[in-house]
Design a protein around this ligand. Structure first.
Ligand code: NAD
Ligand code: UDP
Length: 318
């Protein structure tokens, strides 16, 4: 297969590119590096079948030759990133998604949209099945991301129903692992960086809010399964093991052996109180379920951060 991965130099994209190459696919990785790092795919450059192209997918783009699948991951994804890049985030979800869809339609390729659990907003239903329509503030600080993804889902659905495009939508829940940027502002990377540096772990609110954290290898298996299927989705991909932010801080401190204290900071506006995927659909349609327990995944991630550039200032700002 020849697969185009937009946002392929980012955290999830780089793992997806690697997994595709591992199984013998040809990969065209498109990225503008607004939140991703070329270094994430540097080791892939030497591999046959890998092409890296710097491009902004909100403008017209093309790749030569036949294409079998387009996986559209390009979008800022962490709350500080999309707060810093509000218009770019809206464009990536709207124009970027449409351009990626057009490429897929022109080539008769399968299209995969990486949507998000954020379409559920601060959910009034728990855990969240795909049939739940969500509780999103359209003018809040998270709206540029949440509404862009909701629009992207509507657009993808319209291409399927109106043009017969072969599309699939996955809704990804909080995913973590190696190659997260130490300063991306997401909770797992932030706590690990802080613990390794011996600086206070910044827990927002009282830390009783929950998330369900999925290890990146599990998530990528789910992306591949959806890419290889013809299902429309949406399909939730995430690990249903739910954890409070306070407990996550405790786990990171235990696994790093860090003496760092915990410091409580104000809870950001519209921060969802709880989040947990109902993955019955993924089990049934894709035969997919996560396998890596939080403790194992965080241990692997800590090991990567301990070797990596956690002390290096972030070129994208914190
Ligand atoms: P990331 O920021 O590491 O990767 C996103 C990549 O997209 C970056 O390399 C960035 O430079 C690139 N990009 C952004 N706008 C672009 C544009 N206009 N043109 C070309 N490239 C562009 O984030 P990630 O965690 O790897 O997320 C990847 C995708 O998965 C995103 O669409 C995100 O919404 C979705 N997702 C991720 C999570 C998660 O927990 N990581 C959860 C839900 C959804
Ligand atoms: N969070 C925290 N300290 C941090 C960063 C995040 O307590 O330094 C909290 C944040 O308020 C949220 C949870 O951790 O309740 C997950 O945040 P993240 O940004 O990783 O993901 P999202 O909010 O998008 O699910």
């Amino acid at each position: 297969m020849k697969v185009v991965v937009t946002g392929g130099s980012g955290f999830l994209g780089s793992h997806l590119c690697e997994a595709l190459l591992d199984r013998g696919d040809t990969v065209w990785c498109l990225d503008n590096y607004c939140t991703g790092e070329p270094v994430n795919v540097l080791p892939l450059l030497a591999r046959p079948g890998f092409r890296l192209v710097r491009t902004d997918v909100t403008g017209a783009f093309d790749v030569p030759g036949p294409v079998d699948a387009v996986a559209h991951l390009a979008s800022p994804a962490s709350p500080p990133d999309y707060a810093r890049l509000p218009l770019q985030t809206l464009s990536a979800g709207s124009r970027g998604t449409e351009n990626a869809l057009r490429l897929a339609v022109r080539r008769g390729a399968r299209f995969l949209l990486t949507s998000t659990s954020e379409v559920y907003g601060d959910p009034a239903v728990h855990p969240q099945p795909e049939g739940y329509w969500g509780n999103v503030n359209p003018v809040g600080p998270r709206s540029v991301y949440d509404e862009a993804k909701r629009y992207a889902e509507a657009l993808t659905t319209a291409y399927r129903t109106g043009l017969g495009a072969d599309t699939g939508i996955v809704r990804i829940f909080n995913t973590y692992g190696p190659r997260m940027r130490p300063h991306d502002g997401r909770v797992v990377s932030t706590f690990i960086r802080q613990a390794l540096a011996g600086t206070p772990l910044t827990v927002y609110g009282d830390g009783s809010q929950t998330r369900s954290f999925c290890y990146v290898d599990d998530l990528v298996r789910g992306l591949l399964a959806m890419l290889d299927s013809s299902h429309a989705g949406p399909v939730n991909l995430g690990n249903p093991a739910e954890c409070t932010v306070r407990d996550l801080a405790g786990l990171v401190l235990r696994l790093t052996g860090s003496p760092a204290p915990v410091e409580y900071r104000p809870l950001p506006v519209d921060d969802p109180v709880r989040r947990r995927p109902d993955i019955a659909r993924a089990r049934e349609l894709l035969g997919w379920a996560p396998e890596v327990a939080l403790e194992n995944g965080v241990r692997r991630t800590v090991a990567w951060f301990a070797r990596g550039p956690a002390g290096v200032p972030d070129p994208h700002g914190e």
